[in-house]
Design a protein around this ligand. Structure first.
Ligand SMILES: [Zn+2]
Length: 82
């Protein structure tokens, strides 16, 4: 009799474990974001420009403009273009 009770308890435990695992997996798949989501939209990619003196590339928003040319820093504005 004890053996039967042991097996019933074991089966109940296994069923409960499997159920909780299935619930967790279902919850994970619901919460997971769509797999193909672009990390950076095309509109957020910043234009790059080149310093007229040293040739370094940097974001256009940080450019120092002088005489129609882009410079990386105010110090390079005073130096001649290369
Ligand atoms: Zn420069």
């Amino acid at each position: 009799m004890t053996r039967i009770l042991f097996w019933i308890a074991l089966i109940v435990l296994v069923v409960m474990a499997v159920r909780s695992k299935l619930k967790a997996a279902a919850r994970r798949s619901q919460m997971a974001p769509p797999p193909q989501q672009p990390s950076a939209p095309a509109g957020e990619i910043e234009a790059m420009t080149q310093c007229a003196h040293c040739g370094m590339y940097f974001p256009a928003s940080e450019a120092v403009r002088a005489d129609g040319l882009d410079y990386c820093s105010p110090g390079h504005v005073r130096l001649p273009p290369q």
